[in-house]
Design a protein around this ligand. Structure first.
Ligand SMILES: Cc1cc2nc3c(=O)[nH]c(=O)nc-3n(C[C@H](O)[C@H](O)[C@H](O)COP(=O)(O)OP(=O)(O)OC[C@H]3O[C@@H](n4cnc5c(N)ncnc54)[C@H](O)[C@@H]3O)c2cc1C
Length: 171
């Protein structure tokens, strides 16, 4: 299938957030799943796996770090560019309604799946995140205690995020 880029912006040094209009994926994705992106550039034969950070209506939000040629190429893609993808793939997390308390642990570019997991749990959570020097995505954890530690010690903090406004959408 083909998605269309809604936006693609740098949110931290070398880290980008891409919103992709991809209705079929957005409507069926579960927390912890990923998509394979096929990049139409010679030499980039293999698809690149990227986790679904969260969904917003018919759009999926991906957060990726420039690691090599493929992700560099992605960072240069513009709004309205088409992008071929396959997904959602993977089993995703099992989210049980009986869970009343949860601690989520992630960090770096492993943080994006935690965002959708916290939204799916829809309960107050403690979120522990580690980064090299700068944190990302902490603002997306609503009704959570977010604890951030960095290797450089530049950031070490506890943040209480208020509940999100309403529960609409498939975030
Ligand atoms: C299931 C899954 C979900 C992922 N989700 C995300 C995500 O949400 N955001 C994100 O930024 N990245 C994610 N990744 C990693 C991402 O797929 C790779 O960074 C990307 O494919 C690199 O492609 P490239 O062409 O830019 O780099 P390449 O040129 O292919 O590689 C650049 C360098 O990174 C190394 N590398 C490539 N892929 C990986 C990998 N998976 N693990 C460790 N080293 C690797 C290579 O060996 C090489 O040294 C995910 C990977 C998997 C398997």
């Amino acid at each position: 299938m083909t998605g269309t880029i809604v936006y693609n912006k740098e949110i931290s040094e070398g880290i980008f957030e891409m919103s992709l209009a991809a209705e079929e994926v957005a409507q069926t994705a579960k927390a912890g799943q990923f998509v394979m992106l096929y990049l139409d550039k010679p030499g980039l034969l293999l698809p690149r796996p990227i986790s679904i950070c969260f969904t917003e209506g018919d759009n999926i939000i991906l957060v990726y770090k420039i690691a090599g040629e493929g992700t560099k190429y992605m960072s240069e893609m513009q709004t309205n560019n088409p992008i071929r993808l396959m997904g959602p793939l993977g089993n995703g997390f099992t989210v049980k309604e009986s869970v009343k308390k949860a601690a989520l642990i992630g960090g770096g570019i492993g943080t994006p799946p935690m965002v959708m997991l916290q939204k799916a749990l829809n309960i107050k959570t403690d979120v522990y995140l580690g980064f090299y020097s700068k944190s990302i995505l902490t603002e997306h954890f609503s009704d959570s205690n977010v604890y951030v530690a960095t290797e450089t010690g530049r950031r070490h903090k506890r943040q209480c995020n208020r509940p999100s406004q309403g529960k609409g959408g498939r975030q």
